[in-house]
Design a protein around this ligand. Sequence first.
Ligand SMILES: Nc1ncnc2c1ncn2[C@@H]1O[C@H](COP(=O)(O)OP(=O)(O)OP(=O)(O)O)[C@@H](O)[C@H]1O
Length: 271
Amino acid sequence: MTESAVLTPVPRSDALALEAEAVSAWFGDHKVLDRVSLTMPAQQVTALIGPSGCGKSTFLRILNRMHELVPSASLAGEVRLAGDDIYHPGVRVTDARRKIGMVFQKPNPFPAMSIYDNVLAGLKLTGTRAPRGVRDGLVEECLTRAGLWKEVRDRLRQPGGALSGGQQQRLCIARSLAVRPKVLLMDEPCSALDPTSTRRIEETITELAEAVTIVIVTHNMQQAARVSQRCAFFLAEQGTPGHIVEAGDTGQMFGAPVDPRTEDYVNGRFG
Ligand SMILES: Nc1ncnc2c1ncn2[C@@H]1O[C@H](COP(=O)(O)OP(=O)(O)OP(=O)(O)O)[C@@H](O)[C@H]1O
């Protein structure tokens, strides 16, 4: 099967479950995560919450093999996408990152590149072919799914950098969607945005979750409660490596948490 065969123009559910088992992480000899296990079910939004420095971003980066970009970084444990180990020696890094996409804190479109070409840029980076005939449809589909199409359809040739911050973030989401990910990782995607743009991205996340499994790091408890069905609370106490204190259904984590530290954190008593 050619890569381009994957790029059908009709949106469908690509979501697959992601599972981390006993994941530990180090920067040099500094251990920052200790045996983190978490199931992130397909077609659901899982929120990772916890105070600064407890390892949420490191964990997220391990989920699509970005942790290994840091020269001193190492890890132990397993990450499985629909049961397949993404760190198996036979799995290419580009394939893992194509299936498990990432949206960052700060919107990072290519500023001088057109909106149209920004959407398609991820294809080139992951070595995915999109025949000329499917490109227009793919651009429209991804911008529609990212909730941006109506705002940009008349100016697709304008540079991505000319959009507002919230629009740029939705453009980055559209770019991630173009390679048909099974999972979308989002590292504080709204932290640089105003409340209106934030709500717009949250709507997009809710719509996307039917088709793509989503894992989001957020410091905003209201946001975690609004967008996620599952939640994991990370903590690194007194210099110990980060670990999961409690994970489960978001309603339960916020309404009736089992651990008093979770209750204190979700109610804003620390962190
Ligand atoms: N590139 C790096 N080199 C060395 N140490 C790092 C690196 N990145 C993160 N760390 C360390 O790993 C630990 C976890 O950091 P991480 O960014 O994963 O936490 P976080 O929970 O995402 O924090 P925040 O909420 O502030 O983004 C921290 O002690 C941090 O200093």
